[in-house]
Design a protein around this ligand. Structure first.
Ligand SMILES: NC(=O)c1ccc[n+]([C@@H]2O[C@H](COP(=O)([O-])OP(=O)(O)OC[C@H]3O[C@@H](n4cnc5c(N)ncnc54)[C@H](O)[C@@H]3O)[C@@H](O)[C@H]2O)c1
Ligand SMILES: O=C(O)C(=O)C[C@]1(C(=O)O)C=C[C@@H](O)C=C1
Length: 313
């Protein structure tokens, strides 16, 4: 379903949560004219005032129930452990035919937590934009965040095809490329491509900061290259990531097990001076990186290099 320029895809969009992802959506929807009205809700008066000051939406409510009234599209944009309570709170106020979606970084638990509360006649099309930064809050968002990025949709079998097409058209209009997959596959793929890298970054930065004070000072002083890249990832929102690991436990543990075995092989190679083992792996991984860069250049992959993102410096 293509977005006809100048014609909104939805009358009213309600964003539940307005941090990095919610505020980026608000900015992008406004910029591209995808909705006649965009509203949100926030728990604290301070956040409501910030959102008003930034002019991100048409109205800011205190509760999700007020925000979703008459909305055609509702997108949950809070940490995934909040979804259960939020879905319960907003369910009685949803209009018939409304589409509920989300941006959560895990999908099986979200389908379980949200799906149980939605009334008949409301469509649920779970989503996950593979786009973000280490920053959080309403000031951190930007309208271009989703451009050239993948958005994965994980509707369950039997979901209304028109609702899926509308959500897919919405992300395409935001500049994303859309892929549909099962929630199980999503959680497994993201466990290795996103969740484990974050866990490793949190670990390595934690290990470095647990060193004796003199070593620690040098770590900070000389952190220009690889370590600095890890610190960017390890600066990501603690609550969001706590919730990811609590809600994708099995897939993360499976990937962590494989990772630990591979790390042990490398540990052994270092200990016994097995240069060929190290060189062989490093050659293979360099090819993976080159493949990703080539795919970027051919436009068949995530179109933007991370370094091009001004908010990530
Ligand atoms: N940050 C990323 O890189 C990224 C990328 C893709 C998807 N996601 C997903 O997007 C969602 C939001 O992440 P974010 O990066 O925007 O986080 P964020 O911390 O920037 O924003 C979350 C917002 O939700 C609000 N919030 C928390 N609990 C709430 C509640 N009970 N009711 C109302 N508001 C509440 C917070 O106050 C905050 O403003 C998460 O589910 C995350 O998994 C994040
Ligand atoms: O680029 C980053 O800073 C991100 O961490 C973004 C990233 C990722 O791991 O790729 C993080 C979490 C998401 O759910 C999707 C995207």
């Amino acid at each position: 379903m293509d977005h006809e320029k100048g014609k909104p895809l939805f009358q009213k969009v309600a964003l539940i949560g307005i941090g990095l992802i919610g505020s980026s959506l608000a900015r992008a929807i406004k910029k591209k004219g995808l909705a006649s009205e965009v509203v949100t809700c926030a728990r604290s008066e301070a956040t409501r005032n910030t959102v008003k000051k930034l002019g991100l939406v048409d109205a800011v409510y205190d509760t999700p129930a007020e925000a979703v009234r008459d909305a055609d599209l509702i997108i949950l944009c809070t940490p995934v452990s909040t979804y259960d309570d939020l879905a319960a709170a907003m369910a009685p106020s949803l209009k018939a035919g409304a589409i509920v979606s989300d941006v959560g970084s895990v999908k099986e638990s979200v389908i379980r937590d949200v799906g149980q509360h939605l009334p008949d006649g409301v469509h649920f099309v779970p989503g996950h934009p593979i786009a973000g930064t280490e920053h959080s809050g309403p000031e951190a968002g930007f309208a271009e965040l989703f451009e050239g990025r993948w958005c994965i949709l994980t509707p369950v079998v039997g979901t209304d095809a028109q609702a899926i097409a509308k959500v897919s058209g919405f992300w395409t209009a935001l500049g994303s490329m859309v892929e549909i997959m099962t929630p199980h596959r999503h959680d497994k793929v993201l466990a290795i491509t996103s969740h484990l890298p974050h866990l490793i970054a949190y670990t390595i930065v934690g290990t470095a900061t647990d060193l004796e004070e003199t070593d620690q000072n040098d770590v900070i002083k000389f952190s220009a290259g690889g370590f600095r890249d890890f610190t960017r990832i390890a600066a990501s929102d603690p609550i969001m990531w706590r919730d990811v690991f609590l809600n994708n436990r099995e897939a993360v543990l499976e990937m962590l097990q494989r990772f630990t075995e591979d790390l042990t092989v490398l540990q052994r190679a270092v200990r016994w001076g097995e240069g060929d083992v190290l060189e062989d792996l490093f050659r293979r991984t360099r090819e993976v990186r080159r493949g990703i860069v080539d795919a970027h250049q051919a436009g068949t992959f995530d179109a933007r290099e991370p370094d091009e993102d001004p908010k990530k410096q």
